[in-house]
Design a protein around this ligand. Sequence first.
Ligand SMILES: [Zn+2]
Length: 662
Amino acid sequence: MATPLSSTPQDPQQDAVAGRESEPDAAPSSSAADGAPPTTRESPASASADDAPAGAPAAAGQPEKLADRLVAHGGERLLDLPAALDQLVHDGYISQRQAEDVLIAPRTKKELTQHPLEVIAAREYENRNRPGSALDLETLTDWLCRISGQPYLRIDPLKINVNAVTEVMSYAFAQRHNILAVEVTDDEVVVASGQPFMYQWENMLTQTLRGRRIRRVVTNPADLNRYMLEFYTMARAVSKAGEQGLEVSNVANFEQMLELGALKSPEANDAHIVNIVDWLLQYAFDQRASDIHIEPRREKGLIRFRIDGVLHHVYELPSAVNAAVTSRLKILGRMDVAEKRRPQDGRVKTKSPDGEEIELRLSTLPTAFGEKMVLRIFDPDVLLRSFGELGLTGRDYDRWQEMVHQPNGIVLVTGPTGSGKTTTLYSTLKQLATSEVNVCTIEDPIEMVEPSFNQMQVQHNIDVSFASGVRALLRQDPDIIMIGEIRDLQTAEMAIQAALTGHLVISTLHTNDAPTAITRLLDLGVPSYMIKATVLGVMAQRLVRTLCPHCKMEDEADLEAWELLTHPFKAKPPSRVYWPKGCLECRDTGYFGRVGIYELLPLSDAVKGIVSSDVDIAQLRRQGMKEGMRTLRLSGAQKVGAGLTTIAEVLRVAPVSDDGSR
Ligand SMILES: [Zn+2]
């Protein structure tokens, strides 16, 4: 058997014919399906395909080889994994043995949704046609172009008019056919796909293009999926901003703004830079981001959003535009624009798409490639939530309420930064702050201004520390005092003094779990008898991402993973769990929002009996559990059982406890 495809891979004529050999099969049924005769198609690709049998007799005979390998798919020809492997062996890129290895390997859930070329690229085989170089996705995409005769296009998101290309077809249509419009002109629409032998969509699309031709290109399938989601998400954010009556006329054409920005060194007050900043903020609010990172790199600037605790790459900007965006934000934050070598802080108040006031806290940091800026978004909706929304329910909720309704004593919330401690404190204080009590806080910084609290900010430059702040607060006849964090003995001593003089003190500590809060206080130098006399209880917490309700998929529980999660305890596995699939709503992460998991340790008499200067943490934990404490992981397991999150997510945020038990 001759191998023309591999012997002359550069010959586009022949390859083009080979690729389109599937067309005669596809045409009748596809036109039957959507009622358009094949002749109405104006795509140059399909037009020449019609000519192919007569026009290229030299290639006849060989092309069936590829056509045979393609899989019939609703009247079309799909390049699936076996077909791709078969053709790659045929073309000399991989060995038969390697192809079989890929085929028999069990495919993960992720791989089942991936393009066959992505699955093959993940193997990191060597390209047998070019020893020493890798058979990566770019090489495979290039190969796909050659066997299909369609040109290659590398998507450059900055060059794409997102509004125009997303208007060509709906997201559902793009997703169903795995295609993405990448350029729109007066007479043609360029459509990228990773399946060059699929044609059915051309007929359907042609009918909506009002005479414009379709020009097909092949693109890297991983890029295709990524940008499909990005472009439609962005277009939706922009149109939402438009519904709010915000100025979006220029925002849609991001490319133009950037081009203008890149031509000359853009000014921070340049209208385009102003638009980019507005768009960026709107997009961040729409995506529920908690932080925006604007980072200069060697060649370009990078924009990343933190959404549900995880950073996402959002955009790349030319360096000059990046610097102008940072300058614009510095102006808004009333920072010194000329000062680029020292870290600075600032604040900006703006409005969310719902018209709510949102505060942004800005900070800059000089880095090797310029100023890096981080914007923290303080959304009052996030900082003040009901206990149900926080995931603090049932018995844990009752026990928490019991602790914080004591007239005096210390209640501690523990966890690392970003574990939701502040939200718990604010939500609790808000509930306690009736007109009969005086709620005072000392914070570093004040994260949200709440009218029903008397809030005070730590100010290191004028010597207002947590400890001296509490001393001052105590002269203000408080009932409840919130101390942002106890991180030294002086603050701990002030908290104890406040508790012993009849006040309820709520504060936070940086510890992994509830029992180790006791050791932390001992390490700071608090005597064990003082802990027993004042501490009412400790609650450790973490935030787990919750499954996106729009796309979560049911599955059987993985018993091994369940065992890992609940060890060393015996917990019955749930009959079904869910896994994160990913959709437009959740930015393809499969997760949407977060909920808390909690570990509550009230200091009962029995627990106090164990507290001593050399307390045994394991014993403390056992006693706590005997009285109903649930570890963070077991609390997470309960949320898994309720279909709210995944085992992997709980394992990610809830660590093994310090002494090895979970
Ligand atoms: Zn989703």
